[in-house]
Write a protein that binds this ligand. Structure first.
Ligand code: CU
Length: 128
């Protein structure tokens, strides 16, 4: 049953990439403001995992490299929406986010089903 095994491996590989798996965190400096570029496509953000320090800000440049509309929404550790901005196909937007509190700030695309299909990520904010 070689074919069966190959299909299973393929299915596992596809589901692993499509489920919004967090990449290795990118450590940002403790400087006041960091600049990062995030590519948005169908259906993922690359990179999708950052670590920064309490009291910093990140200026995200969200580049939509796909042919469909996407969005970047980020929440604070209490679930409050801090920013939510649409990104038209082949366009990019800049959005600045402050991180005053320690904790997990999840981000995602708010287009229907995109988050489910993997368009999500995380900013982890740690103490200085
Ligand atoms: Cu999307």
């Amino acid at each position: 049953m070689k074919i069966g095994v190959a299909c299973l491996v393929l299915a596992l590989t596809l589901s692993a990439t499509a489920c919004g798996k967090l990449q290795k965190p990118i450590p940002l400096s403790a400087r006041q403001e960091a600049m990062v570029t995030v590519e948005a496509s169908n259906f993922k953000f690359v990179p999708n995992h950052f670590q920064t320090y309490q009291g910093t800000s990140i200026v995200f440049t969200i580049q939509n490299i796909s042919g469909s509309k996407h969005n970047f929404t980020i929440k604070d550790p209490n679930g409050r929406v801090l920013q939510s901005i649409d990104v038209e196909p082949q366009k990019s937007v800049k959005v600045k986010v402050d991180f005053p509190h320690i904790g997990k700030y999840p981000f995602y695309c708010n287009r229907m089903f995109h988050k489910t299909m993997g368009m999500e990520g995380l900013v982890e904010v740690v103490a200085r």
